[in-house]
Design a protein around this ligand. Structure first.
Ligand SMILES: *Cc1c(COP(=O)(O)O)cnc(C)c1O
Length: 258
């Protein structure tokens, strides 16, 4: 049995499992509807639920609600949860910026990296994977909004970066990843997704394996699907609003029109 604290109940409600299952159902239905509007097969789009800041004991209920893929943006938090939930068949993905000196910790669990954004990190990851004798699927993060606060390569640096990545055979680049501009204005958000798609299309001529587009979060995943997303990373719309400054805009929260 999962013991819920008063703080858990305040944040997730009295029956988190039922809430997560209902929210998951709603998100799945919206993904299916967006695929239909976009004229795309449902199987083209993978949902990666984002579980950051949700405590491990509450994540047991997310697993019970049917969630099997967990996306985390902080390595330390991911490792702690991975160890606490090692009895469950969960696939972990790291979706946030990773420092090169942390690459060694990845050995503890097998997931994909959504935020590869530097050659130092690539070299370190490749070295680790070589030592373990395995490959690592990666998405290359691009800064499509030009915001200083965001990680990722400048669009102009992408072609050279992809060429340089071929020196690291243990890394299997699968596509590009971005965070759209933090805005309630869907046109500006859409422009970020369009840019990533164009960069993907351009990259594909010399790097055919760059096929995926990891883009779209709780506030904009339907727009992202219209623009070609193959992976949507959805947090708050499933476990509920996240307290603190990391809560990006989504319709359940107050818009921030910076
Ligand atoms: C938190 C996060 C998400 C999910 O954001 P939500 O607003 O919770 O849907 C997606 N991608 C990255 C990189 C994140 O850090």
């Amino acid at each position: 049995m999962t013991h819920l604290t008063p703080a858990d109940i305040a944040r997730f409600g009295p029956d988190p499992q039922a809430t997560f299952a209902a929210n998951l159902h709603e998100v799945q239905a919206r993904i299916a509807a967006a695929c239909q509007r976009a004229g795309r097969p449902r199987a083209d789009v993978r949902l990666l639920p984002v579980t950051k800041t949700v405590p491990a004991h509450v994540l047991r209920l997310a697993h019970a609600a049917g969630i099997r893929d967990f996306g985390e943006n902080r390595l330390q938090e991911a490792m702690t949860k991975h160890d606490a939930l090692s009895d469950l068949p969960i696939r972990w993905s790291i979706i946030g910026h990773l420092q090169s000196n942390k690459a060694k910790y990845l050995a503890r669990f097998r997931q994909r990296i959504h935020a590869l954004d530097g050659l130092g990190l690539a070299a370190e990851l490749n070295r680790r994977m070589e030592a373990e004798g395995r490959d690592l699927p990666v998405f290359v993060q691009v800064n499509t909004s030009g915001e200083q606060t965001k990680f990722g390569l400048a669009p102009g640096d992408l072609p050279g970066f992809l060429d340089a990545l071929t020196a690291f055979p243990r890394l299997r680049p699968q596509g590009l990843m971005t965070l759209a501009i933090f805005s309630a204005d869907q046109d500006r958000v859409r422009a970020c997704f369009r840019l990533l798609r164009r960069l993907r299309d351009d990259s594909r001529t010399s790097h055919p394996q760059i096929a995926g587009l990891s883009m779209g979060m709780s506030g904009d995943y339907e727009t992202a699907i219209m623009e070609g997303a193959t992976v949507v990373r959805v947090g708050q719309a499933i476990p509920g609003p996240r307290p603190g400054s990391d809560a990006h805009y989504w319709p359940g929260l107050i818009p921030d029109n910076r």
